[in-house]
Design a protein around this ligand. Structure first.
Ligand code: 6R9
Length: 658
């Protein structure tokens, strides 16, 4: 396989560039070369019980070892490491302090206004113990659900770990969600307490979290909630309800630093995290103690391979699964230094990320394609002003990354030398499932490459039959894995139906359907095509919206594109593209034709958009995913129905309607 970064940028279907790991990357890696990866794959396949059993004994601390590795007698309800007793907060804190790493920095936090806090493992352990004792004081017991509605402050991580310490599962609700969304999640999970802050800083503005909590709770609409613990962050004036509300800074520091970690059963709940299905109300994805901890631990180690002195930064929010697994649990379980940043790049500070990397000498940087495309749009002059030489590994997560953005990321941010790990996974999978291992797997721009050891992924059709090379189909996982979600909170039937019975069993066994379409190339590499509802069928040809978007974005004038299908009498579906332009580009008839021709040249006439609509911005969720459901309705000239509460900016819809 050859590597050539100067080749012309093509779309996914034609993407053939391969980047082999450099000697330097291989030499420093723990998993060196493809053969070692293959060996791990083989041992996981030939004896999964042994593979996971050994991994669990090595990766986690056990108060009492488990009796069985996997119990799959009642599929799809898995039990991992039954009989074992462990504690996630112990694994993230105590064991490192006991091993003499108490003075190592666990969290480097930077606030949006610029203040910096560095917290050592010893300090973090003390804060977690105090907070755990405070939770006990306000009546939280093992098994009680605690909702978190927090800005990106260290107390968010402290609160998660404190819950884990006393065995109270947490339910983190993203701070950008509305009070209605918060109320639904509190009530679905029957949360007994809420941990929040007066407010948080977001893009030079203040968001009033405590006010939103008050309105969620107003009129006794959340009867399960007994107390609210409030971190002082913005110091704006808030109302306080005596007997229900407590200030963190009054309650927590007064507590003892002694709080032994509760010995939890492997299958005790660690957290519930809500995620949207394609329709209906959000699902409470349930993750349990040992399996989730192991999966976050191992995948973090395999993929990011962080050295003792290195600094790692994931730009997600703790309100999402990426924040859970790769800001808090994965890094801390491995004793790494994790960066938490309250801010986001914004017009007043477009270089915020690069500034942070320069000042904290960050080595590993993990972000989302949507952010990368935004940086591309504003031009390389901004990152070029900063010293990014500390970087040695770049990651992406959240959606397919188009090869153009991948190459830009590698060249401009990674100085043409950092490997890129494009990590495919979901809230439901707990941690990464398909991703390159930097020292072992050659990368191809736009492909998440190969499944991690122990993960058997495949592409099948609606009958559950394997499809041919390069044929699109459903991405399925054929065996249970430790980090898998255990159920939908309060709705095991929905868990069974939406994930394990969507497709027919293969060789008599249930398979997990992820909701994504994908194809595999001749090397077995996985190319994620997007959610199945994002796949368009034009005259019997299956096209990933992603592929057309990728072609559009490879045009000089295009910044970002979203493609949807629209019902068409003859072709089944017609292609509608919503396009935002680079600054300086003019949206005129000529460009419109140019873009259609461009897509035809890049992919083929079959992918030529029937309609292109120019817009200043695309409707996105607060986690950066384009809401194609809304675009589909607009394209079809229908009313936009259903939930729009996750929309980042509601004005975008009005603009698009015009
Ligand atoms: C971690 C996370 C899951 C959905 C998933 C897929 C998309 C995530 C991706 C990717 C292509 C990647 N997705 N990573 N698509 N390449 N590397 O994002 O979880 O919020 O539950 O979203 O995101 O469509 O099904 P979640």
């Amino acid at each position: 396989m050859s590597s050539d970064s100067s080749a012309k940028i093509e779309t996914v279907l034609q993407e053939e560039r391969v980047f082999n790991p450099s000697d330097e990357t291989i030499n420093r890696a723990s998993i060196k070369g493809f053969a070692q990866y293959q060996k791990m794959v083989n041992s996981a396949k030939s004896d999964p019980q042994k593979f996971w059993g050994e991994a669990a004994l090595e990766g986690l601390h056990w108060f009492k070892p488990f009796n069985t590795v996997l119990d799959w007698t009642d599929p799809p309800f898995a039990r991992w490491f039954d009989g074992g007793k462990t504690n996630v907060s112990y694994n993230c804190l105590d064991r490192h302090v006991k091993q003499g790493k108490g003075e190592k920095i666990a969290i480097i936090w930077e606030g949006e206004p610029g203040e910096v806090r560095k917290i050592t493992y010893k300090q973090l352990l003390e804060q977690v113990c105090r907070t755990a004792n405070a939770l006990k004081e306000i009546g939280i017991k093992k098994g009680d659900l605690v909702a978190l509605y927090m800005p990106m402050v260290p107390e968010a991580a402290v609160a998660m770990l404190a819950c884990a310490r006393i065995g109270a599962p947490h339910s983190v609700v993203f701070g950008g969600f509305s009070s209605e969304a918060l109320r639904d999640r509190i009530n679905d999970g029957q949360a007994k307490a809420i941990i929040t802050a007066d407010g948080g800083f977001r893009k030079d503005k203040i968001i009033s979290l405590k006010n939103a909590v008050d309105s969620a709770l107003s009129g006794n609409s959340c009867p399960s909630v007994e107390s609210v613990l409030v971190v002082k962050r913005t110091s704006e004036s808030i109302s306080f309800s005596p007997g229900r509300d407590y200030w963190w800074h009054e309650l927590v520091p007064a507590q003892s630093i002694d709080c032994p970690a509760e010995e939890m059963d492997s299958e005790d709940r660690l957290f519930v995290l809500y995620t949207s299905g394609s329709t209906g109300k959000p699902k409470g994805v349930v993750h349990t103690t040992a399996g989730y901890n192991l999966w976050a631990h191992m995948t973090f180690q395999w993929i990011f391979d962080v050295r003792e002195e290195e600094i790692y930064w994931c730009t997600a929010d703790v309100g999402w699964i990426t924040g859970h697994s790769y800001i808090v649990y994965g890094p801390l379980s491995n004793g790494s230094t994790t960066v938490m940043y309250e801010g986001v790049p914004r017009p007043s500070n477009p270089g915020a990320f690069w500034d942070l990397i320069e000042r904290h000498k960050i080595n590993i940087f993990y972000t989302a394609p949507t952010a990368i495309r935004a940086f591309m749009k504003s031009g390389r002059d901004i990152p070029d002003k900063y010293n990014l030489k500390s970087l040695r590994l770049l990651g992406t997560v959240g959606e397919p990354i188009n090869p153009e953005a991948w190459i830009w990321y590698r060249d401009v941010i990674g100085g043409n030398s950092c490997p890129i790990v494009d990590t495919w996974w979901q809230t439901e999978t707990g941690g990464v499932m398909i991703s390159p291992l930097p020292g072992a797997i050659p990368t191809k721009p736009g492909s998440a490459t190969l499944p991690l050891p122990g993960i058997e992924a495949e592409i099948v059709n609606a009958e559950g039959k394997s499809v041919d090379v390069n044929q699109g189909g459903y991405l399925v996982i054929k065996h249970p894995w430790p980090g898998m979600m255990r159920t939908v909170h309060g709705n095991p039937q929905r868990f069974r139906e939406s994930y394990w019975e969507y497709l027919p069993p293969i060789n008599g066994s249930l398979v997990y359907f992820a909701g994504d379409g994908a194809r595999r190339d001749k090397d077995g590499y996985f190319w994620i095509m997007g959610r199945v509802d994002d796949v368009i069928n034009v005259s019997g040809h299956r096209l990933g919206t992603m592929e057309i978007e990728s072609a559009l974005v490879s045009h000089n004038s295009v910044a970002e594109a979203a493609v949807v299908g629209k019902p068409d009498d003859i072709k089944g579906e017609a292609i509608v593209a919503f396009v935002t332009l680079e600054s300086g580009a003019n949206h005129n008839e000529k460009l419109l034709t140019d873009l259609k021709v461009h897509v035809s040249t890049e992919i083929g006439a079959i992918a030529r958009p029937d309609e292109i609509r120019f817009t200043n911005s695309l409707p996105k969720t607060r986690s950066g995913k384009i809401m194609r459901r809304l675009l589909r309705a607009l394209a079809a000239g229908e009313e936009v129905k259903g939930d729009t509460s996750t929309l980042e900016d509601r004005n975008v819809l009005d603009e698009l309607r015009k």
